[in-house]
Ligand binder design. Structure first.
Ligand SMILES: [Fe+2]
Ligand SMILES: [Fe+2]
Length: 221
């Protein structure tokens, strides 16, 4: 993790960045995702992936006066906080095609983040946070949050205002059970671009690309 921080950030930037991400970075759920139980692409852990996306988001937003830097960094830190490791995992197998990890995981990330970091959702604009997480995969579609069984793996649910925002966000540009659009907010669109950039860095070989679609990684035990 330190290597990653030093690769992109000056000493001052590193201190500032770490103070922003602290409530998530030091949480048990994030630490768990930084172990080799959670490999994301190739052999990179989910925690490393998320951190790299958050660093790139931070650097992009620092140069701009028209975006809220902390909101964008929090979207980045929460965008892939899905429940189960997605590669080679029989517990992640679902019945319905559009409930597969690729379509479903942004919804799990929203529900988990709302439950794990309520203080962030109470202090920053909930709509910008949730919409940014929901549509981070664009131009890949996301599962619509509706009353059908989404086969979610979250331990907790979502209700009230947060649930309504999630419902409205996934119902934009809806085609059946999927929604295909960018985030309505600049902060979310910046995270989505940073996510694509980081994914491109690590999906260099054909095997990594195959993994991303099938959820099977031959390089893992
Ligand atoms: Fe994702
Ligand atoms: Fe990601």
């Amino acid at each position: 993790m330190d290597e990653l921080l030093d690769k992109y950030l000056s000493k001052e930037e590193k201190e500032d960045f770490l103070s922003i991400i602290k409530p998530i970075f030091e949480s048990e759920e994030f630490k768990l995702r930084s172990t080799d139980k959670y490999t994301h692409h190739d052999s990179i852990t989910l925690g490393e992936h998320i951190l790299e996306v958050a660093i790139i988001t931070y650097l992009k937003c620092k140069k701009r006066k028209d975006v809220d830097l902390k909101t964008a960094v929090y979207i980045a830190m929460m965008h892939d906080l899905y429940t189960l490791p997605w590669q080679n995992n029989p517990d992640n197998v679902v019945k319905y095609f559009f409930n597969k990890h690729g379509f479903r995981h942004p919804i799990e990330a929203v529900i988990n983040a709302v439950n794990w970091y309520p203080e962030i959702f109470n202090s920053y604009d909930k709509e910008v946070l949730i919409d940014g997480i929901v549509h981070h995969m664009y131009p890949m579609p996301v599962r619509v949050y509706n009353d059908k069984d989404l086969e979610l793996r979250c331990k907790d649910g979502i209700d009230g205002e947060n649930e309504q925002i999630l419902r409205d966000s996934t119902n934009r540009f809806r085609i059946g059970d999927i929604s295909l659009c960018r985030s309505r907010f600049k902060e979310g669109r910046i995270v989505s671009m940073a996510d694509k950039k980081v994914t491109r860095i690590h999906l260099r070989n054909a095997n990594s690309l195959t993994q991303a679609f099938t959820g099977r990684n031959r390089n893992l035990a």
